[in-house]
Design a protein around this ligand. Sequence first.
Ligand code: IMP
Ligand code: MG
Length: 173
Amino acid sequence: MDDSLKMLFDEQTIERKVAELAAKISHDYAGKEVVLVCILKGAALFAADLCRRLTVPLALEFVHVSSYGSATVASRTITVKKDIDADIRGKNVLLADGIIDTGNTMDFLLKRYRERGPASLKVAVLLDKRSRRSVDVPLDYRGFEIPDEFVVGYGMDRGEKHRNLPYIAAVRT
Ligand code: IMP
Ligand code: MG
């Protein structure tokens, strides 16, 4: 591994946690249909692994949001570059992201989709950088809580690098 990176969660640890989350979600939504919304780009790997393990009927949707600013500072201006295609009125919607930091992105999307009248709207995140939260967001399914370190891998990037790493690492500063 790159000297600038410090291992946080290896492939096996991630796999076990995703399986655990998938089991809970499958149990909670038993008998229902789910619209899983993958928040691009960061949730691409998490959503891909999660959806394969869900046993409920599922539609996969993608929303591409971006915030401007430097690699490590999340800007407060969120723009939707590509929205989901599906009409979610009356549907059970589950938003998936790799990491929740300040909570602004998730808060923005929850407000946006709540207006469309889904039957339910929940959140699944793999990583929770809780100490950084500035907006209170209910996390229905959460993988790991992490300290305030910048992480890469398993979909998450620093300046578009490292998304493809199968593990999650902190960037040494
Ligand atoms: P928010 O501050 O909760 O709105 O997080 C915004 C977005 O910033 C997340 O969806 C990630 O794409 C990105 N982000 C936040 N923290 C990290 C990190 O440690 N590594 C990589 N991306 C991050
Ligand atoms: Mg990023």
